[in-house]
Design a protein around this ligand. Sequence first.
Ligand code: UAG
Ligand code: ATP
Ligand code: API
Ligand code: MG
Length: 480
Amino acid sequence: MRLSELISGIDSCIFVGNDVDIKHITYNSKDVTEGSLFICIEGFKVDGHHFAQEAVDRGAKALIISKDINIFGDVTLVKVKDTRKAMAIISSNFYKKPAEKIKIVGITGTNGKTTSTFMMKSILESYGQKIGLIGTIYNIIGDKIIEAKRTTPESLDLQCLFKEMVDNNCAYCVMEVSSHSLELERVYGVDFEAGIFTNLTQDHLDFHKTMENYFKAKLKLFERAKNAIINIDDDYGKEALRYVKGNILKYGIDSVADVYAKDITMSDEGTKFKLCYESNEIEVNLHLPGKYNVYNALGCAAAALSLGIDINTIKKGLEALKSVPGRSERIKAKQGFTVIIDYAHTPDGIENILKATREYTKGRLIILFGAGGDRDKTKRPLMGKAAGTFADYCIITSDNPRNEEPEQIIQDIIPGVEKTGCPYKIIVDRKEAIKYALMNAKKDDVIVIAGKGHETYQILKDKTVHFDEKEIVNELLQEI
Ligand SMILES: CC(=O)N[C@H]1[C@@H](OP(=O)(O)OP(=O)(O)OC[C@H]2O[C@@H](n3ccc(=O)[nH]c3=O)[C@H](O)[C@@H]2O)O[C@H](CO)[C@@H](O)[C@@H]1O[C@H](C)C(=O)N[C@@H](C)C(=O)N[C@H](CCC(=O)O)C(=O)O
Ligand SMILES: Nc1ncnc2c1ncn2[C@@H]1O[C@H](COP(=O)(O)OP(=O)(O)OP(=O)(O)O)[C@@H](O)[C@H]1O
Ligand SMILES: N[C@H](CCC[C@H](N)C(=O)O)C(=O)O
Ligand SMILES: [Mg+2]
């Protein structure tokens, strides 16, 4: 495609050189091939402009830049204000504007995005549609599963996924929209048929610095959402009503909302509730436990209603979903206790999974968890406090320490646990910690193993090792 065609739609730019033919686009110099367009991104670790010469030496015919650079070689330079936004426009042009050919439902919020995408997919499938899904666990196009590196991919990779969905006749795409992606313009220019705001609680302050910034990033989704689906039981959700555009559909349990639930009953098998909208009332048997999953179901039901889907189809779709990988997954031990593998990795997530589990725990409720390295440090004591408040015993261990010292991360968690007076034990090695939990569990106890969910790895300083919690628990249960 001609460079001039690729950059069409970029507000203002300075073009120096020939209108070359572009065969391939990349934001990583290592992926440049003959005829590539290389987009220089100023990152958090390095500046892509530093790799411009390397890109040209590898065959790049054009560069997108946001600052002046000295380059040797036959290359066209296009200077723009923001190379991340430019990349989103260029990628959309390169793949022939695929987002305009598919209806996109975007889900944002601190917790519940992955779970909600699975629920929404199930509803849309009950509606008879072929669906694409983009999120933390993996991406899906129809029946094909594609590995996901980020929750929300870079714009170039995102637009490529949209194109594949369109080529495979998907009518809808359901996607998680992380706050990082909104801040870093990964979804710039994408129009959403519906946007869901699940909730906002503390996470990612390493990146956003303040809750205010984090909230503002989330709101960006609603600048381009035709239908805004807002949880008004959440304080930030209520606040969001002042800013969002589009048709608003409010959902909640405790507040007066357009879509709401009543007569909720919970068991370890799932949750039963009446889904209410206008004069409709329909009983839903959800196979996922906890009040928080009723919220996820309400958000998806409201989004589906905004798309014109009838309430019986919504019920069918919600009931068809049996589980979500790594979210409240139950393993019943023959020794008489239960293990739950869950992805709670925020204070609110931990509180929710423990409250939900407490409802049916006859024995002790034990939580095993850690906190991610190179991530929000200030959430660590709060995770400790939530764990200590709602569990009977805490085992504190490691969860992707990345470049940090695992012992130090644990020390950041402890003050929160100590505030609650809950007894605890530290076992740095996660497998040893799991073994200890299983060896010491008694009949009717429930052990919640939180934070890693579907992950099949542990990220250490110098390497990533295989670590599949479901596999480990099943193996250890055979041994003990
Ligand atoms: C904070 C953040 O999101 N950073 C992402 C961002 O990094 P960055 O822009 O700082 O990139 P950088 O490494 O400094 O490099 C700058 C540029 O130089 C280029 N480069 C670099 C080296 C080289 O040899 N040649 C070259 O061209 C890079 O390709 C890049 O374009 O762009 C990179 C390239 O796409 C991402 O890999 C990186 O994700 C990091 C690894 C990350 O951990 N992101 C997480 C926090 C994230 O995005 N999480 C959210 C979900 C969070 C949640 O909801 O829980 C997500 O959506 O996944
Ligand atoms: N609506 C909700 N409110 C609060 N907590 C929730 C909610 N839904 C799920 N959780 C808790 O948060 C954990 C993560 O859920 P999920 O993976 O659906 O969220 P996410 O928003 O996709 O997270 P991430 O930002 O890491 O992608 C679950 O394992 C559960 O413990
Ligand atoms: N999407 C989240 C996942 C956290 C999961 C936990 N296992 C960790 O590594 O902190 C993040 O990247 O912050
Ligand atoms: Mg997710």
